[in-house]
Design a protein around this ligand. Structure first.
Ligand SMILES: NC(=O)c1ccc[n+]([C@@H]2O[C@H](COP(=O)([O-])OP(=O)(O)OC[C@H]3O[C@@H](n4cnc5c(N)ncnc54)[C@H](O)[C@@H]3O)[C@@H](O)[C@H]2O)c1
Length: 267
């Protein structure tokens, strides 16, 4: 029997199967790239997965393909930086599922530029999307996560929290803040049984990196600076998110895990 069919049959008959069975997960920016790979693997391990994306078409597409494969997913169109959208998201999750066990703050943006000429609008947009929106999202999620026995927050930070490239000042600043924030909530929320960890990917082939990776010299330079001599794939980040969300990581909190082919430790 087809594995996907078998898993949906087991679920229908109440037979536990996946590592995230019985859990509800929100994945922001879940329509594409790393977020989509995380949505896919969470749903394949039994989580009811809420795919949140500013782009409704990608969110719908991701949820549809999960549902067709026998998993359970909902698409929600929302801009994480829009407070009305986020209030609507958490009200929907509370109404529809009555629980939340996993929050993945994956949605993020990258504005590159020379720090001598950085514009106010760029500073505000980057801090708003990559840091402030995550803080507000966690604040709302806390009200549901505190009642879960398996609560896990996973923030997608970056190797850029600790390594730097020209014209990455804004991005590095926001990801450094996100890693620090992750450690901070890990300490504050431990007594509520909520774990919080970050993943720090190196260069991963997605829409975000497509433009720079199309430049052969730059791509080669990045591969050369990576001990494993290659870039990462979204599923290689998703498998670590699955581990962090699962019971296998039950004693891990406050960690910022590099998933970067060794780039952060050098050649
Ligand atoms: N690709 C990499 O090399 C890399 C490396 C390190 C860290 N990261 C981080 O991983 C995360 C995902 O990156 P990716 O490469 O998959 O990006 P991506 O651009 O391929 O996908 C991001 C997804 O988030 C959505 N999104 C963007 N802004 C949003 C918003 N305001 N509200 C809701 N959804 C929004 C987009 O529509 C898209 O579906 C980001 O936080 C990024 O900073 C990526």
């Amino acid at each position: 029997m087809d594995a996907k069919l078998r898993s949906s049959e087991c679920r229908e008959n109440g037979i536990p199967l996946g590592r995230l069975d019985g859990r509800v997960a929100i994945v922001t920016g879940g329509g594409e790239g790393i977020g989509r790979a995380i949505s896919d693997i969470f749903a394949s391990e039994g989580a009811r997965t809420v795919v949140v994306d500013i782009d409704p078409a990608t969110a719908q597409d991701a949820a549809q393909s999960i549902n067709e494969a026998g998993g359970r997913a909902e698409a929600v169109e929302a801009d994480i930086a829009n407070q009305d959208d986020m209030s609507r998201l958490f009200a929907t999750v509370a109404d529809q599922f009555g629980q939340l066990d996993i929050l993945v703050n994956n949605a993020g943006i990258n504005v590159r530029g020379d720090m001598r000429h950085v514009e106010d609008e760029q500073i505000e947009r980057m801090l708003e999307t990559n840091v402030a929106a995550v803080m507000r999202c966690v604040r709302s999620a806390f009200l549901l996560l505190k009642d879960s026995e398996k609560a896990s927050i996973i923030n997608i930070s970056s190797i850029m929290a600790v390594r730097h490239m020209p014209h990455s000042g804004l991005y590095s600043t926001t990801k450094g803040a996100l890693s620090a924030y992750t450690r901070s909530i890990a300490v504050d929320f431990a007594r509520f049984g909520i774990r919080a960890n970050a993943i720090c990917p190196g260069y991963v082939e997605t829409a975000m990196t497509a433009q720079i990776l199309r430049m052969p010299k730059l791509r080669e330079a990045l591969e050369d600076r990576t001990p494993m001599r290659r870039l990462g794939h979204p599923h290689e980040i998703a498998s670590v998110a699955l581990f962090l969300a699962s019971d296998e990581a039950s004693y891990i909190t406050g960690a910022c895990i590099p998933v970067d082919g060794g780039m952060s430790i050098g050649l």
